[in-house]
Design a protein around this ligand. Structure first.
Ligand code: GLC
Ligand code: CA
Length: 554
C-alpha cells in the first residue's frame, strides 16, 4: 500500500523540455534551461511537474518514439543534467513525473533493429509479427487520415509488424515476460534518479493482447498490478498516472477494486463533457459524466484537465454534441483533427475571453480530482495552425518581449515561436503578466493557492445542489466535517439562483466567499440567493453553527 497519498491534493504542470527554455543557445530547450525556471514553477504554486518524453529519439512523434529508455537525448542535456534537475525539484518540494512510453518503441531502437535483422535474436519476440498481412490491418488506426494501417511490411524481417500508432512506432509484445521485466527495469532506473512516478502512455494498448490471430483483444489488467506493486516495493510513494481514454464502466478495472492497480487516470469522459458544457452552457451532460466516474477506490484519484499536448478528443460525445463543440470552438476544418477532435490551444478556443478562461479553469480546479495544467495555458498562449497535426499547440514557451520570446538566444528555434497577433509573444508573455496584478498569470497563482487550501476537493465526497437551471452548476464537497460549495454559471447571461443546503441543521449557515468578501447570508427558509454575472463563478466555504459560534467569541 502506498504510504503517502501526495497526489490526492496536488497540482500537476505538464511541459516538454524541448519547448520550455533553452540555456545553451542552440534553439532547443534543455534541462539547464528548465532548471532556471523551477522558481517560476514553484512560485506559481504547482506541486508536481510531468515531463513529456526526453529520452533519445528520432523525434518523429515528439519523443513518443523512444530509441533508448535509459538516457537523455543529447539535445536536452545529459543524465547528469537530469539528476541536477531532479535535485532542484526536490529542494523546492516539487515532485517529478515522467512519461513512460512502453506500448511501442521507435523503429530505430536497437531492439527493433536486431529483431528485424535476426529471426533468432531474443528481441524478435519483443515485437509483434505476422507472415501474412492480417485481416483488419487497415482498421483500428489511432491517427485516421495520417496513418493508413496497423500492420506494415518490413523488408528486412520479411514479415509484417504491428503498430497501433504511426508506422515508425512498432508495438512491443507486452505479453512477453521479458518485455514486462524490461518495463519494470525502466521504471526502477528512473525511480532511482528521483522521479515520483510515471504518466503511462496508451495504457489500454499496453495491456491489450496483440497478434495477427487476435480478433477481439482482451485487456490483461493484472499487468497493471505488477507495475504498481513494483513501484511500491521500490519507492513507497511513486504512482502511475494512466492515459486511458476508456468508458466509465471499465474505470474500476484500471484502478483495481482495492486500488491495487493505477493510482491515477486522466478523466477523459469529464474532459469531453466539460467542453460540451462550455460550448452549450448546459451542465447536464457534465453532471452525468461526473456521476458516471464517481466510483473509485479511496486511494485512487482522477487527473482533471482542459487541454493537453494532443487533440481535444471528442469521440465520446454524441454526433450532435460534437457538432456543437466544433461549431463553438473549432469551426474550420483546419482546427479539427482525426475526425474526432480539436487541435487548438485553450485560449484561442475561448476567443481569449478572460471571463470564459477563468470559468474553464475554475471548473477544472473544482472538479473531483487533481488538476493538470498544460504549460503556457497559465498565460493564455495560442496556437499556430500552420504546423501539422498536434504540433500547432506545442510551440515554445513565451517568457518575455525579448527576441524569440526569451526562450532562446539563437536566431533559429526548433519549432517556430508565435510572434504575431494577440497570442504573439510581444503581447502574451510571462514577464509582462508578472508585473500586472490583474493578469491571467497572477489570477492563476491565486487560484492555485486557494485550490491547495481546499483538500476537500481532492479527498472528499461530493453532491450536486439544485440550482433550477442547467446553466448553473453547483457542486458541494464534504470532508472531515468541512464543506465547500463551488458554483459556476456556464451561460453568457447573468443568473440569479436559489441554493438550498440539504440538511436542516444548516439553516443558519453562512457561505463564506473564498475569492472575495461577498459572503452570503441565508434567507428565511435557509436558501441562499446568489447573483452570478455572465460566466461567473464562486467558491464558498459552508460555515455551520459551530464555526459561527467560534468566530463570534474571537
Ligand atoms: C499518446 C500520446 C501521443 C502519442 C501517442 C503515441 O496518445 O499522448 O502524443 O502520439 O501516445 O505514443
Ligand atoms: Ca539547448
Amino acid at each position: 500500500m502506498i504510504n503517502d497519498l501526495w497526489y490526492k491534493n496536488a497540482v500537476i504542470y505538464c511541459l516538454s523540455v524541448a519547448s520550455y527554455m533553452d540555456a545553451n543557445g542552440d534553439g532547443i530547450g534543455d534541462f539547464e534551461g528548465l532548471m532556471r525556471r523551477l522558481d517560476y514553477l514553484q512560485g506559481m504554486g504547482v506541486t508536481a511537474i510531468w515531463l513529456m518524453p526526453f529520452q533519445p529519439s528520432p523525434c518523429r512523434d515528439d519523443g513518443y518514439d523512444v530509441a533508448d529508455y535509459y538516457g537523455v537525448d543529447p539535445r536536452y542535456g545529459t543524465l547528469g543534467d537530469f539528476v541536477e534537475f531532479a535535485q532542484g525539484c526536490k529542494q523546492r518540494g516539487l515532485r517529478v513525473l515522467i512519461d513512460l512510453v512502453v506500448n511501442h518503441t521507435s523503429n530505430e531502437h536497437p531492439w527493433f533493429q536486431e529483431a528485424r535483422r535476426d529471426p533468432q535474436s531474443k528481441y524478435r519476440d519483443w515485437y509483434v509479427w505476422s507472415k501474412k498481412k492480417p485481416k483488419g490491418a487497415d482498421s483500428g488506426v489511432v491517427f485516421p487520415g495520417v496513418q493508413k494501417s496497423t500492420w506494415d511490411y518490413d523488408a528486412v524481417a520479411k514479415a509484417y509488424y504491428f503498430h497501433r500508432f504511426y508506422d515508425f512506432q512498432p508495438d512491443l509484445n507486452t505479453s512477453n515476460p521479458e518485455v514486462q521485466a524490461e518495463i519494470l527495469k525502466i521504471m526502477g532506473f528512473w525511480l532511482q534518479l528521483g522521479v515520483s512516478g510515471f504518466r503511462m502512455d496508451a495504457v489500454p494498448f499496453v495491456i491489450a493482447q496483440k497478434g495477427a490471430r487476435i480478433a477481439k483483444p482482451q485487456e490483461q489488467y493484472d499487468m497493471l498490478r505488477t507495475f504498481s506493486q513494483f513501484l511500491t516495493w521500490r519507492e513507497g510513494d511513486a504512482i502511475i498516472l494512466g492515459e486511458a481514454n476508456v468508458l466509465p464502466g471499465t474505470d474500476m478495472q484500471y484502478f483495481g477494486g482495492s486500488g491495487d492497480r493505477m493510482q491515477m487516470m486522466f478523466n477523459f469522459d469529464v474532459n469531453q463533457h466539460l467542453f460540451f458544457a462550455l460550448a452549450s452552457s448546459d451542465s447536464r451532460s457534465l453532471v452525468k459524466a461526473i456521476q458516471a466516474t464517481r466510483r473509485r477506490p479511496a486511494t485512487a484519484q482522477w487527473g482533471q484537465f482542459l487541454r493537453n499536448h494532443d487533440e481535444l478528443d471528442l469521440g465520446r460525445l454524441t454526433d450532435k454534441q460534437r457538432e456543437i463543440v466544433f461549431a463553438a470552438f473549432g469551426p474550420d476544418p483546419e482546427m479539427q483533427l482525426y475526425n474526432r477532435g480539436i487541435r487548438r490551444r485553450l485560449a484561442p478556443m475561448l476567443q481569449g475571453d478572460r471571463r470564459r478562461l477563468e470559468l474553464a479553469y475554475s471548473l477544472m480546479m473544482t472538479l473531483p480530482g487533481t488538476p493538470v495544467i498544460r504549460y503556457g495555458d497559465e498565460i493564455g498562449m495560442g496556437d499556430n495552425l500552420e504546423l501539422p497535426e498536434r504540433n500547432c499547440a506545442r510551440t515554445p514557451m513565451q517568457w518575455s518581449t525579448e527576441p524569440n520570446a526569451g526562450f532562446t538566444k539563437s536566431h533559429k528555434t526548433c519549432v517556430p515561436i508565435i510572434s504575431d497577433g494577440p497570442y504573439g509573444f510581444p503581447h502574451t508573455n510571462v514577464a509582462a503578466q508578472r508585473r500586472d496584478p490583474t493578469s491571467l498569470l497572477n489570477w492563476m497563482e491565486r487560484i492555485i493557492r486557494m485550490r491547495k487550501e481546499i483538500p476537500e476537493i481532492g479527498w472528499g465526497d461530493f453532491s450536486f445542489i439544485l440550482t433550477g437551471t442547467p446553466n448553473v452548476l453547483a457542486i458541494r464537497y464534504h470532508w472531515r466535517n468541512n464543506s465547500v460549495l463551488c458554483v459556476h454559471n456556464l451561460g453568457a447571461e447573468p443568473r440569479e439562483v436559489r441554493l438550498k443546503l440539504a440538511a436542516d441543521d444548516e439553516a443558519g449557515c453562512e457561505l463564506v466567499n473564498l475569492l472575495s468578501d461577498e459572503h452570503s447570508q441565508p434567507e428565511k427558509g435557509s436558501a441562499h440567493r446568489v447573483l452570478l454575472e455572465a460566466y461567473g463563478y464562486r467558491w464558498y466555504r459552508v460555515c455551520g453553527l459551530d464555526y459561527l459560534l467560534k468566530r463570534s467569541t474571537i
